[in-house]
Ligand binder design. Sequence first.
Ligand code: AMP
Length: 233
Amino acid sequence: MIGPPGCGKGTQSVRIAGHYGIEHVSSGDLLRRHVAERTTIGRTVEQCMQRGDLVPDHIVMDILRKPVEAASRRGGYVLDGFPRTVAQAEAAYRVAEPLGAAVRIALYLKAGRAELIRRLLARGAQTGRTDDTEQVISHRLDVFDEAAGPLLAYYTHRETLITIDGDQPVSHVTEAAIRRLDQARQQLGMPDISLAGTGGTQRTHQATISATTPARAAYAALSTRRHTDPGRH
Ligand code: AMP
């Protein structure tokens, strides 16, 4: 899952992973956990994250390796926030391909800068996330813009790239993403593991009765919430 800060990557990754009953792995969440737990890695990356700069590739590769391998063994994953650069995409490919864990589909969640800033400032006020301040937001968006062109070109040529308009309400984005993912999965000859029904209610029911993984349980919870709070980000 590729997209600028504030595009809804985290929210959508959880929903999509839940829909397919696969794992959600977020590089940002893993890094924030290291910072919160004051591990050696956490202390190394803290300032870099606070400035809104990218953490060195070898550290990101290091923290992702085990969770991605494990998720791959359990049936697949949505990787949220990685890769951020072509160098990371290439490094990941080299490591993952022999393990059968390589990225098959890249999903780009596109959103306008003004909307991204509005969302991130709102999130910062709500959660106190230290990189959701005006100056750091602006820098993070610039960092994304700089790497995005080559990264999207890489996936256009190498894998299947799906672009979704992230400015829509949350549930519309999820539905559009799942529709396009199902099409791409079919084209790639991937097995049909989708829980998809034709409507939200059916999907909610199916996700609830088959909530056998944390991601499915999370999706079931989100799906239920979606009916009462459709515009939530
Ligand atoms: P995110 O939660 O995806 O917005 O990421 C928050 C911060 O974590 C970023 O601003 C970076 O400092 C760091 N980060 C997350 N993922 C990566 C990555 N793939 N490569 C380098 N830095 C990352």
